[in-house]
Ligand binder design. Structure first.
Ligand SMILES: C[S@@+](CC[C@H](N)C(=O)[O-])C[C@H]1O[C@@H](n2cnc3c(N)ncnc32)[C@H](O)[C@@H]1O
Length: 282
């Protein structure tokens, strides 16, 4: 017992050094800063990359990403967790319709930012809710992500048809009032979302770690992104989001994310705390 603890500790210390060097290299060569991502989930994803690239050590992976640009691309793609679904957490979308959309209606022109939009599932969900509330024509939706490959998929708006049954259930639970299949055409096992839904959407790359505010918004959703960040990085992102909100602009977070205990907590009031919907008041 006494012999294993120091060895394990030494092994962990070496792995930490290797991880630091790897993340430094990615930052210096590509500008992607994963250094303040939460280490637990980062470690699991790096282990996945080791297996996928068939290398045995993090130093081996470092060597490969430095000298092989496609390996670097795969690494950056593999590090982002992009799990999403249409009307994910239907309760959040119900709260959005009930609490946030009536407030949005009071502005003549509405700017919305979806930060960390993955493959666009959330963006199409928001566009559908806005359309049903008769608001979409007054909106400009900026959908951003760090990952270009995901953004390309989001722009296409094509998803496996097999997922639509689950999405339809979510849509109904989220308060959808039409037939969900109105929004897509089925072809070759795919659901191709109506291009008209994209008319008000701008897809663009934005890195929450290194980029700052780029406009002033009435609604920002940044859901299930900060759970992968450490406290320092979460604080940075909260500042960017706060600085990007108009007076009385609204912020939606993921189910496991909260404004409580953040330095900016006092600058918001909860519109619907259980569903992580807040409004900037100062
Ligand atoms: C789990 S998905 C969340 C998708 C969607 N918001 C939702 O809740 O279903 C997290 C997304 O955050 C993106 N992401 C991770 N780090 C980021 C960063 N530094 N800047 C912008 N987006 C980032 C990932 O690429 C991924 O698409």
């Amino acid at each position: 017992m006494a012999a294993t603890t120091p060895t394990a500790t030494a092994g962990q210390a070496i792995e930490e050094v290797e991880t630091d060097l790897l993340l430094d290299a990615v930052y210096r060569l590509r500008g992607f800063d994963f250094r303040d991502y939460a280490r637990g989930s980062l470690r699991r994803r790096i282990q996945n990359r080791l297996r996928a690239e068939k290398v045995h050590t993090i130093t081996g992976l470092l060597d490969k990403i430095i000298h092989d640009a496609s390996c670097m691309d795969r690494f950056v793609d593999g590090l982002s967790v992009n799990v999403s679904s249409m009307f994910r957490d239907p309760g959040f979308f119900r709260a959005l319709r009930a609490q946030a959309l009536p407030v949005l209606r009071t502005w003549p022109y509405i700017r919305i930012w979806l930060a960390g939009c993955a493959m666009g599932e959330e963006v199409y969900s928001v566009a559908i809710a806005l359309e049903e509330e008769g608001l979409v024509r007054r909106c400009r939706i900026y959908a951003t992500d760090i990952n270009e490959t995901l953004l390309e998929r989001a722009r296409e708006g094509i998803y496996p048809l097999g997922l639509m049954q689950r999405c339809t259930q979510n849509y109904i639970q989220a308060g959808g009032s039409r037939s969900f299949s109105e929004y897509y055409t089925a072809a070759y096992n795919n659901a191709i979302f109506r291009p008209a839904l994209r008319e008000q959407i701008v897809f663009a790359k934005h890195n929450l770690v290194t980029d700052g505010p780029f406009n002033e918004f009435h609604l920002i959703l940044c859901r299930n992104v900060m759970i992968y960040f450490n406290q320092r990085l979460q604080d940075r992102v909260h500042h960017v989001l706060y600085e990007s909100l108009a007076n009385f602009g609204m912020l939606g977070l993921g189910a496991k994310e909260t404004l409580s205990f953040t330095p900016l907590e006092g600058k918001y009031e909860a519109l619907d705390a259980p569903h992580r919907l807040y409004r900037r008041v100062i």
